[in-house]
Write a protein that binds this ligand. Structure first.
Ligand SMILES: *[C@@H]1O[C@H](CO)[C@@H](O)[C@H](O)[C@H]1NC(C)=O
Ligand SMILES: *[C@@H]1O[C@H](CO)[C@@H](O)[C@H](O)[C@H]1NC(C)=O
Ligand SMILES: *[C@@H]1O[C@H](CO)[C@@H](O)[C@H](O)[C@H]1NC(C)=O
Ligand SMILES: *[C@@H]1O[C@H](CO)[C@@H](O)[C@H](O)[C@H]1NC(C)=O
Ligand SMILES: *[C@@H]1O[C@H](CO)[C@@H](O)[C@H](O)[C@H]1NC(C)=O
Ligand SMILES: *[C@@H]1O[C@H](CO)[C@@H](O)[C@H](O)[C@H]1NC(C)=O
Ligand SMILES: *[C@@H]1O[C@H](CO)[C@@H](O)[C@H](O)[C@H]1NC(C)=O
Ligand SMILES: *[C@@H]1O[C@H](CO)[C@@H](O)[C@H](O)[C@H]1NC(C)=O
Ligand SMILES: *[C@@H]1O[C@H](CO)[C@@H](O)[C@H](O)[C@H]1NC(C)=O
Length: 463
């Protein structure tokens, strides 16, 4: 008995030490899961991709949501979702939207009878699918940023591009038997490096009858595709090319700031998207000096910004005691042994960055308002025309959303295109009398592989 007490006492300091750090909030940017090839639209999430996203969501459930987990976000609801604490958003893209739903199923899984509801008349309502939880996803609005598009297009005139185009022409022409007519001979060149690699990569996963190039050639094709895509997503002498990363940086800043200024009412944000946004952010945040970060992240990759503190007590401490930690996971093994890995940002050495310093460094490239976006992009028409009705009504919609609860809602989000999602959201509000926060986001789709620059059929915004 006494021995037991002594032992327990000697473990106490350790336990105290382990629990010293508190996680106050987190922002996750999540790539979609495995999908069909871009060369055969419409591209769809596969069952494998669905499973990957679900497992990744489950990983984050174990990290942040379950009570008692090491990185439990302080005060976040641990089984039944509290929609005031969490926001999720995705662009209008099948692959990305479905990935988002799969991830959210894992993040807040069905709760069985814990979701029962007792009505005034005494009847118990058992919620469908064993207490399946509904988490609305708001729209990430994508629009072409004029200057970013011009900058990305310039890449096709650069000497590095022209050189690779000619030095690799033999390699690409040699792929004729492998692509089996899906890509015409005239399109088999470095210009389509991504779409070609993608077609063959998808075949290596799914197509048992495909005639594949050797592993070594596949590796060469990946290196070339990485080079092509990174150059479209980021260029140190033309920062605007990375406008998607700039916009994301602004959103991360606004969301984390909201966690602080609301006293912890909002706690977690998840945005679903595509690899080009990762590459843009990697470039801007100084990560791509590590060559691995100049490569496309695998399906279902995650990047995360955690708001952490060592201050004792509970609740949000002084801003001076709060830090931000960046973490990344490459791909799909997240549910297995691999864990998120932290990396220092902005060319520094410390993994935890004091909040004020994070704000300063991020503000060097972040786009934090629609006006700033219009200015940086050199767009002057539509919502960027300050004299027009469109602009006035857009910004008033924006501020009304902002007034609800998340300041971020209206920041970049004045461009409101809600479509079907708006309908769904309204329905959910009516049905459950919930107050929802809507966020629409302006993110450019200027990168070649993801928009109109690639001559092959490739769906805009995409994945
Ligand atoms: C209670 O109300 C619900 C919903 O209006 C209804 O479906 C149910 O039949 C009622 N139960 C009783 C016992 O009246
Ligand atoms: C939940 O509802 C179901 C179906 O009405 C019922 O069988 C179950 O006992 C309820 N559980 C609780 C905890 O209320
Ligand atoms: C910005 O300009 C580009 C190129 O002119 C145009 O395609 C795009 O729709 C504009 N975006 C907005 C939000 O005005
Ligand atoms: C940046 O882009 C310009 C024009 O596209 C190009 O000449 C230059 O080599 C690029 N810089 C880097 C570091 O790739
Ligand atoms: C699988 O590969 C075969 C042989 O190249 C091709 O005919 C077929 O279209 C491919 N299937 C898919 C779904 O891409
Ligand atoms: C955080 O939000 C507050 C209140 O809305 C605002 O005054 C402040 O400028 C914001 N800070 C950052 C870094 O966005
Ligand atoms: C992620 O993995 C891919 C290969 O699957 C690689 O090209 C890329 O560089 C990796 N990224 C990082 C940051 O390790
Ligand atoms: C909290 O303290 C631990 C141990 O000293 C340290 O490694 C960690 O960086 C600190 N975290 C923050 C956010 O300061
Ligand atoms: C952030 O920037 C402001 C204004 O430039 C400066 O006064 C402040 O010292 C900076 N704070 C940190 C922590 O770098």
């Amino acid at each position: 008995m006494m021995l037991f007490t002594l032992l327990a006492a000697s473990f106490l300091p350790l336990a105290d030490f382990v629990s010293a750090e508190r996680v106050l909030g987190a922002y996750v940017f999540q790539r979609h899961g495995d999908r069909t090839a871009k060369a055969f639209p419409p591209t769809q999430l596969t069952d494998l991709g669905y499973a990957e996203e679900y497992l990744t969501g489950s990983f984050f459930n174990k990290r942040y949501i379950l009570s008692g987990s090491e990185y439990h976000i302080e005060g976040i609801s641990s089984s039944v979702v509290n929609l005031a604490q969490i926001t999720a958003s995705a662009p209008q893209d099948h692959v990305i939207q479905n990935s988002g739903q799969a991830f959210l199923q894992g993040l807040y899984p069905a709760v069985g009878s814990a979701a029962n509801e007792t009505l005034r008349n005494g009847s118990t309502i058992y919620s469908p699918f064993s207490g399946y939880q509904l988490i609305p996803m708001s729209d990430v609005h994508t629009s072409t940023c004029n200057k970013a598009e011009v900058s990305s297009n310039d890449y096709y005139y650069s000497s590095s591009y022209q050189q690779l185009l000619s030095s690799t022409s033999k390699l690409y022409q040699s792929l004729t038997p492998n692509v089996n007519g899906a890509i015409s001979s005239s399109q088999l060149s470095f210009k389509n490096a991504y779409t070609i690699w993608d077609l063959l990569h998808v075949a290596t996963i799914h197509n048992s009858s495909a005639n594949l190039p050797s592993n070594q050639i596949m590796q060469e094709l990946l290196v070339l595709a990485n080079n092509h895509e990174f150059n479209l997503a980021y260029n140190s002498s033309e920062p605007i090319r990375a406008v998607t990363g700039m916009t994301l940086a602004g959103e991360v800043l606004a969301a984390l700031n909201q966690t602080i200024t609301s006293g912890g009412k909002s706690k977690m944000s998840i945005q679903f998207g595509a690899y080009a946004t990762f590459l843009s952010y990697f470039g801007l945040a100084g990560l791509s000096t590590n060559a691995n970060f100049a490569g496309m992240p695998d399906y279902a990759s995650s990047m995360v910004w955690e708001l952490v503190t060592n201050a004792t007590g509970t609740g949000i401490p002084s801003q001076l005691e709060i830090s931000v930690r960046f973490l990344f996971h490459n791909g799909t093994s997240i549910a297995g042994s691999t864990q998120l890995q932290s990396y220092p940002l902005f060319g520094q050495s410390a993994v935890e960055i004091p909040w004020m310093q994070f704000v300063n460094s991020t503000n060097k490239f972040a786009i934090t308002s629609q006006q700033q976006w219009c200015q940086a992009c050199g767009n002057t028409t539509g919502i960027c025309d300050s004299s027009s009705d469109a602009s006035t009504s857009a910004s008033s919609t924006g501020s009304s959303t902002a007034g609800m609860s998340l300041a971020v809602a209206g920041v970049i989000g004045a461009m409101v295109t809600l479509g079907v999602l708006a309908g769904l959201t309204a329905l959910i509000i009516l049905a459950f009398n919930l107050r929802l926060v809507r966020k629409s986001t302006l993110a450019a789709i200027s990168r070649g592989s993801e928009a109109s620059i690639v001559p092959l059929p490739a769906k805009a915004t995409s994945a």
